[in-house]
Design a protein around this ligand. Structure first.
Ligand code: HEC
Length: 158
């Protein structure tokens, strides 16, 4: 009987542990991301609706972003390298934060914005962030409008 109970406990912990560890990682990333979002809020606003300056939208609202919903790799890339400015439309320019964010900060802020505005409940790991940084290590150019458009077009409709 004791053996059976021990066996059941081991089995249960196997079933329970992986998701709860993951949930804990997500919670940590969310907390860190909430602090880090201050950098983004200067342009995207504290509530993610886009800050206004002189009657002009500084940056787009997160909730309109298909990249947040569908394209984590493109999200990593724009946070790392920035976006070629479109000053006709927005009052600000998305700057690359590659030198400011380490892998953990990148993963955390991605987890935060994707969870809060992209409809996700997963988390981006430091390892994923490191892999994207490595993949684009040679690239210095910001993301172009054409690349943004391509990402939007390849997103499947909600
Ligand atoms: C200095 C201002 C500024 C800062 C800081 C900034 N952004 Fe941006 N962001 C912009 C502007 C402007 C655009 C629109 C660029 C365009 O489409 O031409 C943009 C675009 C985006 C987009 C793409 C929206 C879409 O789908 O087209 C995302 C996602 C985004 N920003 C997230 C972030 C996150 C997350 C941070 C913080 C890590 C951040 N931004 C920091 C100004 C900023």
């Amino acid at each position: 009987m004791k053996r059976f109970i021990a066996f059941t406990l081991v089995l249960m912990s196997l079933l329970i542990l992986p998701p709860s560890v993951k949930a804990d990682d997500r919670a940590k990333a969310m907390r860190h991301g909430r602090m880090k979002k201050m950098t983004c809020a200067g342009c995207h606003g504290m509530t993610g609706k886009g800050a206004q300056r002189n009657g002009k939208l500084v940056a787009p609202a997160y909730e309109d972003s298909s990249i947040l919903k569908h394209d984590p790799e493109m999200l990593a890339l724009i946070i790392l390298k920035g976006i070629e400015p479109d000053l006709g439309t927005y009052g600000g320019a998305m700057v690359g934060l590659e030198k400011v964010y380490d892998d953990h900060a990148l993963a955390s802020v991605m987890t935060y914005v994707r969870n809060k505005w992209g409809g996700h409940d997963d988390y981006i790991s430091d390892g994923q962030a490191a892999a994207w940084r490595e993949k684009y290590a040679e690239r210095t150019a910001p993301v172009t409008q054409a690349e943004l458009e391509e990402s939007r077009n390849s997103a499947s409709p909600d």
